[in-house]
Design a protein around this ligand. Sequence first.
Ligand SMILES: CC(C)(COP(=O)(O)OP(=O)(O)OC[C@H]1O[C@@H](n2cnc3c(N)ncnc32)[C@H](O)[C@@H]1OP(=O)(O)O)[C@@H](O)C(=O)NCCC(=O)NCCS
Length: 185
Amino acid sequence: MQTSRLLIRPLLESDLAAVFACYDHPEVGRYCAPVRWPDMDHAHRWFNRRAGDIAAGFAEQFIILNKASNAVIGTCVLFRIDTTNRNAEIGYALGRDYWGAGYVNEAVTALIDHAFGELNLHRLNAVIDPRNIPSAKALLRLGFRHEGTQRQSYVDAGEFVDSGLYALLSPEWKNSPVGVGHTPS
Ligand SMILES: CC(C)(COP(=O)(O)OP(=O)(O)OC[C@H]1O[C@@H](n2cnc3c(N)ncnc32)[C@H](O)[C@@H]1OP(=O)(O)O)[C@@H](O)C(=O)NCCC(=O)NCCS
């Protein structure tokens, strides 16, 4: 997938060192355990688990690159893909240097077009730590609705954490001013 500034392609195991360097800032994994990689072994184990889900058709994992410089900006993913109920969950993370420039908005716009277009999904879920204000703002900016909060729903670093539940439906996206066919290219 391409947008005006970005190339979004499947993540390869050979990309992991560059992604590890991109994520190497304490704020990136603060509210996002899946991208909290203490070392490269951890990154490879994460990749292998994800590769299993991809092979089973349950996930699509992408790397986000700057089209002009080829620099790694972050990653985004569709996971828990459920073709029976036509839904999936989205995830995303940017290197700390790339926050505040609209990159996740641009990348996830293309990801949503793909999910509601080629994959013919109907609903996209996003589950975030409610303390993750930049993520909540990014979802609302994309047209996701906050559907509720699951209180103390999982344990992270020894504390119970709430889950903020967000979702976007295909007809909402298609009728929105930034919907299908509007990916900047
Ligand atoms: C969540 C995260 C991706 C949000 O990144 P972000 O850069 O704030 O998100 P967006 O792409 O929506 O960018 C919006 C910001 O860029 C600014 N911006 C600048 N140029 C822009 C443009 N051309 N288009 C849109 N926004 C632009 C907006 O004003 C906004 O800044 P503000 O929130 O200060 O008003 C980032 O904080 C992150 O990677 N966090 C760590 C990982 C994580 O927590 N992931 C999600 C949890 S699972």
